[in-house]
Design a protein around this ligand. Structure first.
Ligand SMILES: [Zn+2]
Length: 201
């Protein structure tokens, strides 16, 4: 787990420098399914200067496993839903990129989720599908004031139909990706952000 936390700390610095995690925004986690330990960034920490003690160790259902004075990220429930619904996932990265905030879907509180078609760009192969025109879509959720409402709507969407791609959007808010490992999730994050940039431009 120490290696995974080091990876998260290093990527966090990179994401901060890219402007993806400014003003303490965003949260990163890893989940070790063997031990049942979920490590997630504490609330309110500067993402360019994370240390190992800035991570909180909890169970998948949110029980704190190691004593800490820190509070888990406000968006922990989003990570919990992804780990619960997709059994192959061991890392989740949530960032606030400018690109992910620019796309408009017109979602509302009572129409809080939809899927949108992605362009058939070459970089989709980063997700491991080599068809010429996969016509993938991605989930987008309304940015409810309560994070629990966001994670509930994500859970409903994932139960309805699995996601074509390892990421989803929260409108006006940001991008969340997942992967088998921190490295895999980072690759998916870079690919997802690239696809969103193609859409915005
Ligand atoms: Zn966020």
């Amino acid at each position: 787990m120490v290696n995974s936390l080091e990876d998260l700390i290093n990527y966090s610095r990179i994401y901060y420098e890219r402007g993806w995690m400014v003003a303490t925004a965003g949260n990163l986690s890893v989940f070790d399914r063997a031990s049942g330990e979920l490590w997630i960034t504490s609330s309110g920490k500067h993402k360019g200067r994370l240390k190992e003690e800035d991570f909180i160790c909890m169970s998948l259902d949110g029980k704190i496993l190691r004593e800490t004075a820190n509070k888990p990220s406000a968006e922990t429930s989003i990570h919990q839903v992804i780990y619960s619904q997709i059994p192959t996932v061991n890392a989740v990265l949530h960032v606030h990129t400018v690109t992910s905030c620019k796309l408009r879907f017109g979602l509302q509180k009572f129409n809080p989720a939809t899927r949108f078609l992605l362009p058939n760009v070459e970089i989709l192969k980063a997700f491991g599908d080599f068809r010429e025109e996969p016509n993938f879509s991605a989930i987008v959720i309304f940015n409810h004031g309560s994070v629990l409402d966001i994670s509930r709507d994500l859970e409903i969407a994932l139960r309805e139909r699995s996601s074509d791609v390892p990421f989803f959007l929260i409108e006006n808010h940001g991008l969340t990706v997942w992967g088998k490992s921190v490295e895999d999730a980072n690759k998916n994050l870079e690919a997802a952000e690239f696809i969103l940039q193609v859409m915005v431009n």
